[in-house]
Write a protein that binds this ligand. Structure first.
Ligand code: SAH
Length: 342
């Protein structure tokens, strides 16, 4: 069986080349070609034809194709739909900010977490993405758009901690100095709260930002809208967050989508403030994005303002997420559904 060469780290490539009786500097050359987006071994002009043929007998590379590209007329946000090796497709969003370009990538084809407000989970999980496929979301977004990518958020389709090993390897690849060399401090990983993985992540001791999609500070509300809370619970989530913060020294960010009449009362605001202070978290409020299939509505601006005031009065560090790419359905929670319907 051919091996996925784009998912390999330079040291692993070295081992592979040694096995093939080739000098180790070839590994570096090949990794550089792959990191520049080579689509075929024959593009590797400083590698002999004989070796290229040998490589073709051992490895495959399948770079993604653009199925569609939509550019927002409002803010220039780009939404890509990529075709993968097996015909599946995932979305990637490129957003431009003053401090640089951020790419929002998918970690799975579909999702099995079942959040009541999120479009990505309709239809369930199809499969996990390979490290190479996640790397290519970043690399090809940069190559196609011509925008140098400085930041990555794992906030597209899928639950990154449900694809733990592949995501960890992707992070090593994208962070590699001979590769895209994107710093861990410029990477955010967002999770619905698979607490059993928090300690594993902390042990990796990476400097990335962990975002927790909290969306409710109490079990009654959270279990209603996020099935992942059932059997885990908010207390356990808070314990895991605290341990993560103590081990890594990195502040966690709580994502909180404001849903009208569901999680936006004064009770919720006060309890959220307490939770945030307990674990030194920053709160990022997101006005809920409308998803056609669901009845949920965003909180009114007035409600949001009152909610923010409670948090600020309690001394919580709070920001409100800007909406980007809303005319191309690129906002949080809107990915994937349209393409499945087609
Ligand atoms: N599975 C991961 C990452 C993907 S979702 C997670 O749950 O964190 C990225 C963020 O968008 C999450 O915070 C998610 O809860 C949020 N989101 C999903 N649907 C949304 C919607 N309709 N409006 C606003 N935010 C939404």
């Amino acid at each position: 069986m051919l091996k996925d060469i784009v998912s390999m780290l330079p040291q692993e490539l070295e081992e592979e080349l040694k096995r093939l009786g080739e000098p180790s500097f070839r590994a570096k050359q090949i990794f550089q070609w792959l990191s520049r987006g080579a689509r075929d071994f024959d593009e590797m002009s400083n590698i002999s034809k004989a070796l290229r043929d040998k490589l073709k007998g051992e490895f495959y590379m399948h770079r993604p194709k653009v199925l569609s590209k939509q550019v927002s007329a409002l803010d220039g946000t780009i939404k890509y739909l990529w075709e993968l090796r097996d015909g599946n497709a995932v979305e990637t969003v490129v957003m431009s900010y003053k401090h640089g370009n951020t790419v929002c990538i998918s970690s799975q084809v579909g999702c099995r977490q079942g959040c009541a407000f999120c479009a990505s989970t309709i239809g369930g999980l199809v499969r996990c993405l390979e490290p190479s496929e996640m790397l290519d979301e970043v690399l090809y977004s940069q190559l196609d758009s011509g925008k140098p990518i400085s930041n990555i958020v794992l906030m597209g389709i899928g639950e990154p901690l449900d694809n733990f090993d592949n995501v960890m390897r992707f992070l090593e690849l994208v962070n590699h100095p001979q590769g895209m060399n994107i710093g861990m401090r410029h990477i955010s990983l967002s999770t619905c709260g698979l607490t059993e993985r928090f300690d594993d992540l902390a042990r990796k001791d990476m400097q990335l930002t962990l975002s927790v999609s909290l969306h409710a500070p109490d079990d009654e509300t959270r279990s209603k809208i996020m099935p992942a809370n059932r059997g885990r619970g908010v207390e356990q989530l808070m314990d895991s967050c605290k341990r993560y913060y103590e081990k890594t020294g990195r502040r966690i960010s709580f994502e909180y989508a404001m849903i009208d009449g569901v999680n936006d009362s004064e009770y919720h605001a006060k309890l959220l403030a307490k939770r945030a202070k307990d674990v030194h978290a920053h709160v990022n409020l997101i006005p809920l994005n409308y998803v056609e299939e669901y009845k949920l509505k965003p909180s009114s601006p007035g409600h949001m303002k009152a909610f923010i005031k409670v948090l600020e009065d309690e001394g919580v560090n709070v920001t409100v997420r800007r909406r980007l790419g809303s005319d191309v359905d690129a906002s949080c929670g809107q990915l994937r559904r349209k393409m499945q319907k087609k």
